[in-house]
Design a protein around this ligand. Structure first.
Ligand SMILES: Cc1cc2nc3c(=O)[nH]c(=O)nc-3n(C[C@H](O)[C@H](O)[C@H](O)COP(=O)(O)OP(=O)(O)OC[C@H]3O[C@@H](n4cnc5c(N)ncnc54)[C@H](O)[C@@H]3O)c2cc1C
Length: 458
């Protein structure tokens, strides 16, 4: 195929559930590419000599190489190419904000639509699962050295995976009853089916990783006890779980006001959350969008998202914003809540105010400023805040690990070693709430440093 023919191929679209097929279930909305479509899409890749997509990928996946192998029909080899750098292609391919990462850098995107890199990666990972292939490389013989990983989110999974493949005996300690961190209690099934997380857990266990759920390090088991039990090194991958507050009157003492993280955690682990018909969600990121979409699927009739900035400034992925609107959620831009209104202690509405973009703030974005006299009321049976999270460090006086003023762990920026030489940390607990790929990237770096530490090289 010559370049002209290649350039003439339009970006292929994945099969998707229609909006009316979605709202009474949690089935995956995007069905991905079938083989024929994946092969057509792979032809769109220009195999750039300086592949900007690789630089855009937080973990540096060799994108041109896996796409070239895919288009030759060498699906298994293509998958293993991704696996050289990624501990979880089946997950990253589904949830990464590709438009800000690899696809955002794709040269075709300058004049046309970028290559659908995420969907091609997903096709390969799904092909491996459907064909019953092992998702993880062969394990190295055990070297007798024990490692403890605290937290079973993407950062912890990556460390356990990488060190198990170097021969270490890894045990993952997870405080929740479920494995997967925010993959299981944050990202809903319609974006990340649970059998996919299950396949990654199985792959981890196949290489000898021991996963212990329901154990909170700090209270059930201290860091010094882990040391006494012979763990040579510990990785802290405990995420950023505490929701930030809206900071408005009525937030703390009104029934029906809750955080997005709590709401999602409860619904996604099968607990009933009966709040009413009309819900107002505050925030502009993936958490706000997920709360709104989960609320719709849980029977809420009217779901409104308030975002204090403009549509263009929303940090949520474009595809999520598209889906939430398709599903009937109302989006109110340049609006902020000012008060939770209540009757007999129960929420009845949210007083809001309209905002306008002001001077640029520290982030370079224009700071939203309230417009006096524009207050209005939205009736509501629930108010859910999804305006960010912060870290709750392990509460453990036996081994004090230094914390920054933001509550994140102090680490060496290269090795991710904390103030305690045998403890390393990474993922959201170091970066603050970020993305799966960034947590994976830190997991890879931490695993390499822990290996060097245990071999006496640092
Ligand atoms: C609703 C929602 C949607 C998101 N959507 C996306 C998305 O589409 N794409 C994307 O890239 N990112 C998304 N993210 C962000 C992404 O999930 C996180 O950045 C990522 O999971 C961070 O990984 P982690 O391993 O650092 O922490 P986590 O995934 O948070 O895992 C930390 C684990 O540590 C456990 N833990 C905490 N304290 C202890 C303790 N003391 N002892 C034992 N265990 C402990 C926790 O229970 C948890 O399981 C989303 C987040 C949320 C909340």
């Amino acid at each position: 195929m010559n370049i002209r023919e290649q350039l003439a191929i339009p970006r292929q679209q994945p099969r998707e559930l229609n909006p009316e097929e979605r709202l009474d279930n949690f089935d995956e909305v995007s069905k991905g590419f079938d083989e024929a479509t994946a092969l057509i899409e792979a032809q769109r890749c220009l195999q750039c000599r300086k592949p900007l997509c690789v630089m855009g990928c937080p973990i540096g996946n060799d994108i041109p190489r896996f796409i070239e192998l895919l288009r030759q029909g060498k699906f298994e080899q293509a998958y293993w190419t991704i696996r050289e750098t990624s501990s979880m292609p089946s997950i990253c391919s589904r949830v990464c904000p590709h438009e800000f990462q690899c696809e955002g850098a794709c040269i075709r995107g300058k004049k046309d639509q970028p290559v659908a890199i995420g969907l091609l990666e997903r096709f390969l990972a799904d092909w491996m699962i459907i064909n019953g292939k092992n998702l993880s490389p062969r394990c190295a013989p055990r070297n007798g050295i024990k490692v403890a990983v605290i937290g079973s989110g993407p950062a912890g999974i990556t460390v356990a995976h990488a060190l198990a493949h170097k021969g270490y005996s890894c045990t993952v300690f997870e405080s929740l009853p479920v494995f997967g961190g925010m993959l299981s209690v944050g990202i809903p099934n319609y974006r990340l089916p649970r059998n996919i997380i299950g396949a990654e857990l199985y792959a981890l266990q196949q290489c000898g990783v021991n996963v212990k759920t329901g154990i909170t390090v700090g209270s059930d088991l201290t860091l010094s006890e882990l040391r006494d039990q012979g763990y040579a090194s510990v990785f802290l991958g405990i995420g950023a779980y505490e929701s930030r507050k809206l900071g408005i009157p009525g937030e703390d003492d009104t029934q029906g006001v809750m955080s997005g993280i709590d709401y999602l955690g409860q619904v996604l682990t099968g607990r009933e959350v009966a709040l009413g018909d009309r819900v107002v969600v505050v925030g502009g990121g993936n958490v706000a969008i997920d709360v709104a979409r989960v609320a719709l699927r849980s029977g809420w009739k009217e779901v409104t998202i308030l975002y204090r900035r403009t549509r263009e400034e929303m940090p949520a992925s474009a595809v999520e914003v598209h889906h939430v609107e398709q599903e009937g959620v109302r989006l109110e831009f340049l609006v902020a809540p000012v008060k939770a209104l209540a009757s007999e202690g129960r929420i009845t509405g949210v007083e809001c105010i309209r905002m306008q973009p002001g001077e640029p703030d520290g982030s370079g974005r224009r700071k939203p400023v309230p417009m006096e006299g524009t207050n209005f009321v939205l009736e509501a049976d629930a108010l859910i805040a999804a305006v960010g999270q912060k870290v709750i460090p392990v509460h453990d006086e036996t081994v004090p690990v230094a914390i920054t003023s933001r509550g994140t762990y102090v680490v060496d920026p290269v090795t991710l070693q904390t103030s305690v030489e045998w403890i390393f940390a990474g993922g959201d607990t170091v970066l603050g709430p970020q993305t799966v790929a960034k947590a994976v990237c830190q997991g890879l770096d931490a695993a390499e440093s822990m290996h060097r530490y245990m071999q006496g090289q640092i």
